[in-house]
Design a protein around this ligand. Sequence first.
Ligand code: NIG
Ligand code: FE
Length: 414
Amino acid sequence: MSVCVRDAAQVLRPPSDGLAYLRHDRAGELRLDGGALTAADGRIAAFEADASAAIRVDGSGCAVVPGFVDAHTHLPFAGWRAGEYAQKVAGVPYEQISRAGGGIAASARAFAEATDDAVLAQAQALAGEMLEHGTTTFECKSGYGLSVDAELRALRLAGRLGEQTAQGTTSTALLAHAVPPGHDADSWMDAVEAMLPRVRSRTRAGALDIYVESVAFTNEHLARMGDLAQSSGLALRCHVEQFATHRSVPVALAHGARSVDHLACLHPDDVAPLAAAECAAVLLPGAELLGAEHAAPARALADAGAIAVLATDANPGTSPVVSLPLVIGIAVRRYGWSVREALLAATLNAAWVLGRSDAVGSLEVGKQADFLLLDGPVEHIPYRFGHNPVAAVFVAGHLVHVRPDAAWRIGGTA
Ligand code: NIG
Ligand code: FE
């Protein structure tokens, strides 16, 4: 099966092939020339038109970009928490909602009460929505289990979700999200350590994650999670500096973290060391906006050459958002980023965080043919804020979604 997009107004390509990531001070080197893309047998074959391709796509006026990679989501989860959002916009802080039994604990109760089928049905619907918005690879996290058995259940369901969706997925064991009932933070970390062999043998989790905050865990627990990640051969990721400054980033860097996520309250002294490290700064502007959080110092991080990433943080509490085009729009407006910076953060660098940038995240000959046809130039993604620019989605060279108004562009035997 082969597919060819011809006459595209823009084709987003990296400055050179084989990059695992591109530091953000080089985002301006991303190429956006017009042209064609041909894929065969699931891989990108050439940046030339092939008139004999089985599927032929008229790309006139359109941009072709890599499928978006959402490197931070909390799928699968059960239900929503719209009531909390109403409280937040009325000025009630997250910490207060959390201490009153809302927040993560509320979603853990909903997860415990929902059947596997119900959890999977909700997650599949969200994955479908993500696909329509161009996400072709995404991360799943556990974290709403809050017991050993329930965290393993969440990871098992994440694995099943990955088998059922058109997208590629990865799993992260967010084993320290909130302190479970009946535990203190230390005793729960003992339980986490004890369950790791089962996480390794029974799930496909590739990373560990922890939430450092006054209502959750401390930097000491982060250091311990870092040691556990290292000894079990898993990547370390962490939710840090979201609502207050705890100086968690130096701890994460000392433990070789793959990413530090949120960073709305990043200490200014930690910008340069983070930017110099081989550790991604995962920024979540949806959570920032909806939670009235500070804006992460994204301009400074990009200028200093960080490996910056944008993600939805899709979750029922802080960011019930699944659209990366929307997140790109918020980032460009809120961070003062260029559209190239935002696209780099939602594609190649995001794929690196998930350990997948050898296969996806950029348009290069030989990589998996995950790409999007956008209904206009890339500059329209942030500019037409709230509009979904994704006209068609290809995963491994297969057309997996086409918007009805773009169907006329697809010819051949799709
Ligand atoms: O990424 N901050 C911690 N974890 C999630 C929120 C979880 C929730 O409120 O359900 C986050 O923002
Ligand atoms: Fe999160």
